[in-house]
Write a protein that binds this ligand. Structure first.
Ligand code: ZN
Length: 626
């Protein structure tokens, strides 16, 4: 049987002078020694893409490309000054030139004309990136890691492609797929699902339960799971309960691909680095090292929303917007030539928020739906968002009037950015000059949000793209970069502080809590889910005194409120409406990512409402998809 590359080559004219073929993940890259074919072969390549339904790219062989020096000067000549180019980097192994600009739209030109011009004059392929508007060492590091060793990256991508396009024997006939819950069943935390088909072994998420001290890891010891056999890992979004242990897989020797969106890659690296630091701070041993995170970045292949990609001989993935946090995705898997289609929601929200568009609802096919149920109980209906926003701004204003301070513990990414936008608009409207202090790591997330406006709501995207009015760059927001600045905030006047961790399990939010707790004029506001066992949950349940370092006790006099309506999760009503709306309707629904009672409650309601088979698995349970 011919390989896919042999078949493609047989359809290309001889004078195209193809010198080399490589895979880049699922992309097939052809290198040509013919300047003519490089410039004018577009139609032939387009036809091949249509016929084979694969992504096929054409690049110039190094021998015909213009020198790096000349290419740089040509780029500077073609791209207008107004684009504000900040950096140009060449990846010679792949014939790519990365151009970082403050205004990518200007650099690209109308209908991509500037890019076409560069390509034709230099025979390099230009790739435009948005310049980070907020300086972030982390983003710089990630970009460096991706480009520093591009020969190694090139080999990795080629190996991934070889595996995807391997000519296999069994896939045509044997039709089965099996899902095992290694974590995240009947609980919120350590989400980790293992999918097996005749040709593939794929992990969906690999999270850690940060609120739990005894069972925080998924069951990677399950007999059916072996890291060495794993083909791919897909990460739905960057929260630690979905991605916290991906670097651990690399520590144990995994060297295969991790698929996610670009913001998810950047944010998960950030949160994992913070996770290491927090575990060190609490006197524990970090379970993996910075280097394992670096390996993860090197092996990550980012996907655009809606982009269909083969990830193994019999599985194709498409990520769709989930509306939960920046870069969050619903994961659609097309198994065995469409024999079965599975939609894993990860965490999602169906209503639009200030920052994000609502979760996607239309799919080519869906037989099985795996749905989260964080707020799946009958009493989990949330008030409308506007009511919650008003509750938030009222509480803040009341506290400020009493010269108090407001502490809002937030996950590094998610509600933090949403709360920032709500408060910023309100302060502007009321002409309040109150600082909103944003702790270091949240600042990095803001920086990431600014690089990928295409993942944000229509409104914010327009502000960034066309009005040069990036809300994250507003003066109201002040970065707190370290201990000294933190002290100034603690000793200073009325303010709002946004700090991690979101469940008060460690990090700066706990430091602020210790300082703010005794003063009755201060205010603590929870805006996100508080995991069972976390300090946040204990405070919500009526804890009156805080104990630090084993003996130091502080009375909890500050006001405490929870505003559930700002959550990034679908509430009970949204979950049921989503099942009604999703097109096409699934035949079977599996309920996960919720405490036991919520999973069971949602399962019985969905069964009654839609006459559809529902399943509430336990961890370590496996079942066959059909
Ligand atoms: Zn989440």
């Amino acid at each position: 049987m011919a390989t896919i590359i042999e078949e493609i080559l047989s359809k290309i004219p001889h004078d195209a002078k193809i010198s080399c073929t490589k895979y880049e993940g699922a992309n097939i890259v052809l290198y040509t020694k013919s300047k003519q074919f490089f410039k004018y072969g577009g139609d032939i390549i387009y036809k091949l893409v249509e016929d084979f339904k694969k992504r096929i790219e054409l690049r110039a062989d190094p021998s015909i490309r213009v020198s790096e020096e000349k290419t740089l000067s040509t780029i500077k000549k073609i791209i207008p000054k107004e684009a504000e180019i900040s950096k140009i980097g060449m990846i010679s192994t792949r014939g790519l030139v990365i151009i970082e600009a403050r205004k990518p739209g200007v650099a690209i030109g109308k209908n991509g004309e500037k890019l076409k011009e560069i390509k034709n004059e230099t025979l390099w392929i230009p790739v435009i990136q948005r310049k980070p508007e907020i300086r972030s060492a982390l983003i710089q590091n990630i970009r460096n890691v991706l480009y520093e060793d591009s020969a190694e990256r090139k080999k990795f991508l080629d190996d991934v492609g070889k595996r995807i396009y391997e000519v296999t024997k069994s896939s045509a006939k044997t039709k089965w797929a099996k899902i095992s819950y290694l974590g995240g069943a009947r609980q919120v935390g350590r989400s980790c699902l293992f999918l097996q088909t005749p040709e593939s072994k794929i992990l969906l998420d690999c999270g850690v339960d940060i609120a739990s001290t005894s069972h925080s890891f998924p069951h990677l010891e399950a007999p059916e799971f072996n890291i060495q056999d794993l083909d791919a890992v897909i990460v739905s979004h960057a929260h630690l309960d979905h991605c916290g242990l991906v670097p651990l897989l690399f520590k144990y020797g995994y060297r295969g691909p991790v698929y996610c969106t670009a913001p998810t890659r950047d944010i998960m690296a950030l949160l994992q680095l913070d996770y290491i630091q927090v575990s060190h701070g609490q006197g524990g041993d970090a379970i993996y090292a910075t280097n394992d995170i670096k390996e993860m970045i090197k092996h990550t292949i980012v996907l655009e929303l809606g982009e269909v990609t083969d990830i193994s001989p019999d599985v194709r993935v498409t990520l769709y917007n989930a509306g939960h946090i920046i870069g969050s995705s619903l994961v659609h898997l097309h198994i065995g030539e469409g024999w079965h289609n599975l939609l894993y929601t990860g965490d999602f929200k169906t209503k639009a928020t200030n920052l994000l568009n609502p979760a996607h609802t239309k799919f080519p096919r869906v037989e099985t739906l795996l749905i989260e149920s964080t707020y799946g109980c009958k009493d989990d209906e949330m008030p409308p968002r506007k009511t919650s926003e008003k509750e938030l701004t009222d509480l803040v204003e009341k506290t400020i009037k009493k010269k108090g301070k407001v502490l809002i513990p937030v996950l590094g990414v998610g509600r933090a950015q949403e709360v920032m936008l709500v408060l910023k608009d309100y302060f502007e409207k009321k002409k309040l000059k109150i600082p909103i202090y944003v702790e270091g790591m949240l600042w990095d997330v803001n920086a990431i949000a600014c690089i990928y406006p295409r993942f944000l709501s229509k409104d914010v995207k327009e502000k960034v793209f066309y009005k040069d009015d990036n809300p994250f760059l507003a003066d109201t927001f002040k970065e707190v970069a370290g201990g000294k600045e933190r002290r100034q905030v603690i000793d200073g006047g009325p303010c709002v502080v946004l700090a991690t961790s979101g469940m008060l399990t460690g990090g700066p939010s706990v430091e602020y809590l210790r300082e703010f707790a005794a003063n009755k004029n201060n205010q603590l506001i929870f805006v996100s889910y508080q995991g069972a066992g976390s300090l946040g949950r204990k405070i919500q349940s009526g804890l009156k005194e805080l104990t630090f370092n084993g003996n130091q006790t502080i009375p909890l006099n500050m006001k405490i409120n929870t505003i559930p309506g700002l959550s990034g999760h679908a509430d009970r009503k949204e979950l049921i409406e989503y099942v009604k709306k999703i097109d096409p309707s699934p035949r079977r629904i599996i309920i996960n990512h919720g405490e036991k009672s919520k999973c069971l409650d949602l399962a019985s309601s969905l069964h009654k409402a839609f006459k559809v088979e529902t399943t509430v698995p336990r961890n370590m349970e496996s079942f066959r998809l059909r």
